[in-house]
Design a protein around this ligand. Structure first.
Ligand SMILES: [Zn+2]
Ligand SMILES: [Zn+2]
Length: 266
């Protein structure tokens, strides 16, 4: 079965990934991926936010690394993206970054809720004990819905991330999902099928099949990503993601050039 484009890959600039873009691209060619895109953790305005992203002064180096992969592997279409944290009041910064280079897409992700808690960071796992799981899911989806409604992003990353360590809501979340999906539909923002969840405690793709079926019903389009933080993770789980997409009724997915959407068959 032909694999979809892998649009979620990192670089060593984020300080917790290994392997250069040239090496990721070589692996993608081995796997016969039709297209890839880099979307490393973007800088935020102030470099002291955390220790898991590139610094603001490193954007140029990032773009150069991706360009080197393009020059080395001209047979493989390689897109230039960023995984951008959606944090309230950071919108002007995101708009400013968007003007700096010829980005193909931005993935908008929510890793932060309740001020400065990056709830998916293994180093901040203890913090979960101080929070009500249902409230975390509610806060997360409020922020994710605002991210989708902002129109700043082409894609929303790993849209049910709070399940990462196995923290599942005990309340029905369908209303949270529906509001978020309506915002995606309104701005034409895709959601990502992200296979990193298969490698985490939750042991399933982000988002769940239940969520994905609602997304299909709400006319929300999709992309695929391995969220590779190492060369061997490139393309990992994409076959499973494709099966999940089909199970939810999807026959098409999206690709991006210069932040313009193209719909292709998967
Ligand atoms: Zn990461
Ligand atoms: Zn992420």
């Amino acid at each position: 079965m032909p694999l979809p484009a892998d649009y979620h890959m990192h670089t060593p600039l984020c300080r917790h990934a290994r392997g250069e873009p040239v090496e990721y691209a070589a692996r993608a060619l081995e796997l016969c991926l039709p297209e890839i895109g880099f979307s490393d953790h973007s800088p935020v305005e102030y470099d002291d936010q955390d220790d898991w992203r590139m610094l603001a002064g490193e954007l140029e180096e990032y773009v150069t690394k991706v360009q080197l992969a393009r020059d080395t592997h001209p047979a493989l279409p390689i897109r230039l993206g960023l995984e951008v944290d959606f944090i309230p009041e950071h919108e002007p910064w995101i708009e400013e970054m968007a003007c700096r280079y010829d980005w193909d897409y931005f993935i908008g992700s929510v890793h932060y809720i309740s001020g400065k808690w990056d709830f998916d960071n293994p180093k901040r796992l203890a913090e979960w004990e101080k929070h009500d799981v249902n409230e975390v899911w509610g806060d997360y989806f409020d922020r994710l819905t605002n991210a989708a409604a902002s129109g700043l992003f082409q894609i929303i990353g790993h849209p049910d991330l709070p399940k990462k360590f196995g923290h599942r809501p005990t309340r029905d979340c369908s209303q949270l999902y529906s509001s978020f999906l309506a915002a995606c539909e309104g701005t034409g923002t895709c959601i990502e099928l992200n296979t990193a969840g298969l490698r985490k405690d939750c042991a399933e793709i982000y988002p769940s099949l239940e969520f994905l079926k609602l997304a299909k019903g709400a006319n929300v389009q999709i992309t695929f990503g391995s969220d590779a933080h190492a060369v061997h993770e490139v393309g990992m789980g994409l076959e499973n993601a494709l099966i999940l997409a089909r199970e939810a009724g999807y026959e098409k997915c999206c690709r991006f050039i210069g932040r313009e959407k193209n719909v292709v068959t998967v």
